[in-house]
Design a protein around this ligand. Structure first.
Ligand SMILES: Cc1cc2nc3c(=O)[nH]c(=O)nc-3n(C[C@H](O)[C@H](O)[C@H](O)COP(=O)(O)OP(=O)(O)OC[C@H]3O[C@@H](n4cnc5c(N)ncnc54)[C@H](O)[C@@H]3O)c2cc1C
Length: 432
């Protein structure tokens, strides 16, 4: 069985993953022409991960941050999308095996991103909630709202306390943003929705971070500001807290410290997705696949890896590899597209040079930190910059308008309107 891609006279470039890197590469390559482009993703949509936490906290509809891949490329010529999960690559024969069939490639670009890293903590993996996809964001939204419903029903004070304690593990941008958004639900929404509960007195939001400061990739000044803003918003931040276990009722950290809680969100690290046929000897830190300065997998001529999945240490500014952020993936995608065109024209490829455009994280209404071009911003200015930049990078006019509407609504009304617990319908057996 194969993926039924029609033959064309052009060289075939197969891209695995329709995330930030894969979409930027496919767009650039289809615009340049000269290749047949095949994009493969296990989902039929691109997801805008930076806003997942807003879906999880009822502030944004999932379709506002998911965009159908076929729509992105519907005007592109000699482009083919296939929804399939990639399983293995045979670099000798130039073939890729997927859940839906095989496909031959002349050039292969892996852009399959990362998955949540539980660092071998099996019980944490079983009981905690990750936040890496739209599906996981919806699962978290359901869990938060269901915990509130259960807390209203229970007459057991210990159970109510467990249900009303929410723990976020990981003090990077995802953990900080999620904890800040949960604190806003606590302040503005839940007291009105659950008048039977003493939200101010009983609900607690914890942010546990193993490192001694939040937002380690940012300056000390921004870390301190994020800590202060979160604490002012009511989040209990515990620094130097190394989580060791979570049994579904209590989260244990350091030596003997614990918090009773049913909802624990694991935002503590990522590990690169694996592709069969690429052994651990080709991988470095975080299981990222090692590449040269042109994003070529070491030891190959026609296999490239970009974005979160690759480890590129050729630039002396980034001896441990680039940060795993959207801009790196986008710029590497464009760089590989340009190099494929150069190589097709008989010219030498050019090494990738990352242009760091800055970092930002939001902490809540009117509160954020941003570092752009060596300048540090906080408060409303950083928050407005954060809104603008995220809006610009969302794919599609409809999605941008939907996000803008959701933000404006929440800002003006203090409401988070999407507080629905939507579960997949149970399967009905014939005759049952
Ligand atoms: C919650 C969260 C918040 C974030 N916030 C920010 C932020 O504010 N700013 C920022 O710059 N970065 C942020 N990031 C990081 C950023 O999203 C990543 O760096 C970026 O998505 C990496 O792009 P990528 O193309 O390498 O991978 P991804 O965008 O992760 O894309 C990978 C794609 O591969 C597909 N895929 C995976 N495995 C397979 C397979 N076996 N077969 C087929 N398809 C597969 C996936 O479905 C996905 O579409 C955040 C990440 C998360 C999880």
């Amino acid at each position: 069985m194969d993926l039924n891609i029609p033959a064309s006279g052009k060289k075939r470039a197969v891209i695995v993953g329709g995330g930030f890197g894969g979409v930027a590469l496919a767009r650039a390559l289809t615009r340049r022409g000269g290749f047949q482009v095949v994009l493969i993703d296990r989902n039929n949509y691109h997801q805008f991960q930076p806003l997942l936490y807003q879906v999880a906290t009822s502030g944004m509809e999932p379709t506002a941050i998911s965009f159908p891949l076929r729509k992105v490329f519907r005007r592109s010529r000699d482009f083919h999308f296939r929804m399939a999960a990639v399983e293995a690559v045979d670099t000798e024969r130039g073939r890729l095996r997927t859940s839906a069939g095989d496909v031959h490639y002349d050039y292969l670009v892996l852009a399959a991103g990362t998955d949540t890293n539980y660092f071998g903590l099996e019980r944490v993996e079983r009981h905690a909630l990750p936040l890496k996809s739209v599906g996981e964001a919806l699962a978290l939204r359901n869990r938060v709202l269901s915990a509130m419903e259960q807390a209203v029903r229970t007459t057991d004070p210990r159970e109510r306390s467990e249900l009303l304690d929410f723990v976020v593990v990981g003090g990077g941008p995802t953990g900080v943003e999620l904890a800040g958004a949960l604190a806003e639900l606590q302040r503005h929404i839940f007291p009105k929705d659950y008048p039977e509960l003493d939200i101010a007195g009983q609900m607690r939001i914890y942010l546990l971070n193993a490192a001694p400061r939040l937002l380690e990739g940012f300056s000390e000044e921004s870390s301190a500001r994020a800590l202060r803003d979160l604490q002012r918003g009511g989040v209990e931040v515990v620094l130097g807290a190394m989580v060791r276990d979570f049994d579904g009722h209590t989260v244990y950290y350091n030596d003997g410290e614990s918090i009773p809680a049913r909802t624990v969100v694991w935002a503590s690290g990522v590990v690169a997705n694996t592709v069969g046929g690429i052994g651990p000897e080709r991988c470095g830190r975080g299981r990222r696949i090692r590449v040269d300065a042109y994003n070529r997998m070491e030891g190959t001529e026609n296999v490239f890896v970009i974005g979160d999945q690759c480890l590129q240490t050729s630039d002396p500014r980034y001896p441990d590899g680039h940060p795993q952020v959207a801009q790196v993936a986008i710029q590497q995608g464009r760089s590989v597209a340009a190099n494929l065109s150069r190589m097709a024209a008989g010219r030498a490829p050019e090494p990738f040079v990352y242009n760091d455009k800055g970092s930002m994280a939001t902490i809540g209404r009117n509160r954020a930190v941003a570092e752009i071009g060596g300048r540090h911003f906080g408060g409303f200015v950083a928050w407005a910059l954060w809104l603008l930049v995220h809006l610009l990078f969302i794919i599609g006019v409809r999605n941008r308008l939907a996000v803008l509407f959701d933000w404006s609504w929440s800002y003006l009304t203090y409401d988070r309107p999407l507080r629905t617990i939507i579960r997949p319908a149970p399967r009905v057996r014939p005759g049952a």
